[in-house]
Design a protein around this ligand. Structure first.
Ligand SMILES: Cc1cc2nc3c(=O)[nH]c(=O)nc-3n(C[C@H](O)[C@H](O)[C@H](O)COP(=O)(O)OP(=O)(O)OC[C@H]3O[C@@H](n4cnc5c(N)ncnc54)[C@H](O)[C@@H]3O)c2cc1C
Length: 380
């Protein structure tokens, strides 16, 4: 069943990307995970190799990619079994805000560097008291002549250490309605008053540089606003669908990776004679895992097709996001049972995947929020 029409060129792109990862990423992943960091130079290498920001138009340095290239890149990076070089955050979550809504001046200034990997992007929405409830944002943006003065704190900002440019959500304290008060700004970390706080050590995603950010009278040019003042919520809601779709795809790809690893293990113990005599339960578990992955992939690929066709898929994207991020947990658990204690060893690739997949239900809108959205749209 072919739902997405990958051309020969897309297929070659996938092969080139796999070859790039095999040479430049896979040999280093264990080290990056141990160091809880990736070298900044890898962003530049992957950009120069032409694998970032498929959606950026050619006039702003893009290489003429489409959303299927984005899908391929998102799937393949997850299969390297780490979330340090989180290219889908850079290419599919952050860059689209600039491509779609920023001024010509900002697009020309920043997008070519995003494509080449010279500029690494991050998005700073979440705050200590504003996660799911973005209306509670407390970071302020106050106009002062031709500048904007930012004050406040952010938390859980990914790419926080390697980032060269952050999309920061902040509100005008004079406007009461939070849905009209929030705007998005582009902020370079070298700006006085911008401080990178501590790196947050997490249960999973060890190689990802997730940090706190602080703004203390941080002055940026007024022109660094993305789009129009007060439209921050509109822009966030507009782009969150794509973010959720890509996160769902990450969950599915990770489940596919876990299934592959489990199959390799099963074949190994089958061929070396160490498979237990009662093998039916293992077979059934693998059949269940394969079915979960296949059904989810079929649903998500249909959603991606609808997204490309511009259909309203808010309900289905929320379903896909909560489903895929819970499905991968079931698959990871099942795999763990098949491996037995061997699955708990850090040298086993399943161990990292089991930890990493847990966070997918939290970011890009928690699964409870996904269910809230669906309930509202079902008019329950
Ligand atoms: C690995 C990782 C990377 C991240 N990267 C970034 C990043 O780059 N930039 C960024 O801005 N943020 C980032 N985040 C933050 C992420 O977006 C937030 O964690 C998420 O929005 C949830 O917010 P919270 O953690 O404050 O939880 P809360 O919003 O406090 O939620 C806690 C619990 O309450 C539930 N809940 C809250 N509100 C409701 C409601 N109305 N109805 C029902 N249940 C509700 C939630 O579902 C959850 O179970 C990242 C998070 C993780 C884990």
């Amino acid at each position: 069943m072919e739902i997405l029409k990958f051309t020969e060129e897309h297929k070659q792109y996938r092969e080139r990307l796999r070859a790039f990862f095999a040479k430049e990423v896979l040999p280093h992943v264990d080290q990056w995970e141990k160091e809880h960091a990736i070298p900044k130079s890898i962003w530049n290498k992957i950009g120069k190799a032409g694998f970032l920001c498929a959606g950026v138009p050619k006039e702003y340095g893009g290489w003429g990619g489409d959303f299927l290239h984005s899908i391929i890149a998102s799937e393949e990076i997850v299969k390297t079994n780490h979330y340090g070089l989180i290219i889908f955050l850079h290419s599919e979550v952050c860059a689209p805000y600039i491509s779609a809504f920023a001024s010509e001046e900002l697009k020309k200034k920043y997008l070519p560097g995003c494509v080449s990997g010279d500029i690494v992007l991050g998005v700073a929405m979440t705050e200590p008291n504003a996660g799911s409830d973005l209306a509670a944002l407390a970071t302020t943006a106050v106009e002062d002549g031709d500048q904007i003065v930012l004050n406040g704190a952010k938390i859980f900002t990914s790419n926080g250490i390697n980032g060269d440019l952050f999309i920061v959500a902040a509100k005008d304290p004079e406007i009461e309605n939070p849905y009209q008060a929030v705007s998005l700004y582009l902020v370079e970390p070298t700006t006085p008053g911008f401080q990178i706080g501590q790196k947050l050590e997490k249960m999973g995603f060890h190689s990802q540089d997730t940090v706190e950010l602080f703004f203390s009278d941080c002055r940026i040019p007024k022109n660094n606003i993305i789009g129009e003042k007060g439209k921050g919520f509109y822009y966030l809601m507009n782009k969150l669908q794509q973010e959720r779709l890509v996160c769902a795809l990450a969950g599915m790809s990770q489940a596919e990776f876990i299934l592959d690893e489990t199959l390799k293990h099963y074949k190994k113990i089958k061929s070396n004679g160490s498979l237990p005599k009662i093998r039916q339960s293992k077979q059934h578990t693998i059949v269940d895992m394969a079915t979960e992955v296949k059904v989810t992939k079929t649903f998500l690929y249909t959603l991606i097709k609808d997204h490309i066709d511009g259909k309203d898929i808010v309900t289905e994207t929320s379903m896909g996001k909560f489903w895929a991020s819970e499905m991968v947990r079931r698959v990871a658990d099942a795999s763990f049972e098949i491996f037995g204690l061997e699955g708990a060893l850090e040298k086993n690739r399943i161990e990292r995947a089991w930890r990493d997949c847990r966070g997918i239900s939290i970011f890009a809108g928690t699964n409870q929020i996904m269910r809230e959205i669906i309930a509202k749209r079902m008019d329950l």
